[in-house]
Write a protein that binds this ligand. Structure first.
Ligand code: 13P
Ligand code: SF4
Length: 310
């Protein structure tokens, strides 16, 4: 629980360590309250690369903290719970990448969703997030693009860039994939006219019902800019905190699917966990071996170059 004492202790420890706390929109609200910056994956990766702080506490899952370390190898990166991992990050096999490279040669680019391990990134030419995947894939010089690991984001991108041959892998986010088109239709019927804002990790039948598809930040922006009073939000419930902050005083209401989407790995991050890693310097994220770190960093750096504007 976030007490005033804990809040004061975290503020003191941050000053003493020269630390900055970065939090993803999906972590519990009490953790977001302790953060210096709250954002989507792309915003947090950009901040990790540019912030002058010597220590970053990454309140998110492992691939996010690992990306921060790759982009800022001289910084100390701490995770409040080092076991918080995204299952999708592991859902691609090296053979899939090798087979595509063998088949298409130089006319293939491997585009890797940041929700992936450092090793998976090291097999890739460029990273993307849900906020910039369409733009980056369409800017690639190759016609053939192997999109890993997420089949749903890959399919969504393929639909937006008809000029490319996007080859899909079979990874997925279990939380977004579990949102069903039937529950979305039922919500829409009970809230006539409410725009459907969906994260492109949702399955294809759900995406067909979406009025807006985008990253967590883009969903928040769409709700803040929209004229409607009710919004159907198809992503992890943690984003509710930012929706309420951004739309405070506007009288807007946000409706999530009844089978409340929660990411169990993001839920592992607690206020006490943030305090403990600042106190003890625990949960430090190391660099992978050079043969992984160098190409993985290059794929991330290329994303930051190509995806600079959201
Ligand atoms: P964003 O890139 O939209 O922040 O999403 C990250 C994520 O893990 C989605 O499940
Ligand atoms: Fe991974 Fe899904 Fe959790 Fe995002 S919501 S971190 S994709 S498991």
């Amino acid at each position: 629980m976030l007490t005033e004492e804990l809040r004061a202790e975290v503020a003191r420890l941050k000053r003493e360590r020269g630390a900055v706390v970065l939090a993803h929109y999906y972590v519990p609200t009490e953790v977001q309250e302790l953060a210096d910056h709250v954002g989507d994956s792309f915003a947090l990766a950009s901040l990790a690369a540019t912030l002058p702080a010597s220590t970053l506490v990454f309140a998110g899952v492992r691939f996010m903290a690992e990306s921060a370390k790759l982009l800022s190898p001289d910084k100390t990166v701490l995770m409040p719970d080092a076991s918080a991992d995204c299952p999708m990050a592991h859902m691609v096999r090296r053979e899939t990448v090798d087979a595509a490279r063998e088949k298409y040669g130089d006319d293939l680019a491997v585009a890797c969703y940041v929700n992936s391990t450092a090793e998976v990134k090291s097999w890739s030419d460029v990273c993307v997030t849900s906020s910039n995947a369409v733009r980056i894939v369409s800017a690639l010089p190759q016609r053939n693009v192997l999109f890993i690991p997420d089949r749903h984001l890959g399919r969504y991108v393929a639909g937006q860039v008809a000029e490319k041959n996007v080859i899909l892998n079979d990874g997925f986010c279990p939380i977004h994939q579990a949102i069903s088109a039937d529950e979305v239709r039922a919500l829409r019927d009970s809230l006539s006219g409410a725009p459907v804002l969906a994260h492109p990790e949702c399955g294809p039948e759900v995406m067909e019902l979406a009025d807006v598809a985008g990253s967590t930040s883009q969903i928040v922006e769409a709700a803040a800019a929209g004229e409607a009073r009710d919004y159907i939000v198809l992503t992890v419930d943690g984003v509710r905190g930012e929706l309420e902050r951004r739309c405070a005083g506007m009288g807007k209401r946000f409706h999530f699917p009844p089978t409340r989407p929660v990411c169990p790995d993001m839920e592992r991050i607690t206020a006490e966990g943030v305090a403990a890693c600042l106190r003890e310097g625990s949960g430090e994220v190391g660099l992978p071996p050079e043969e992984v770190a160098v190409p993985a960093r290059a794929a991330l750096a290329r994303m930051l170059e190509l995806g600079a504007s959201r």
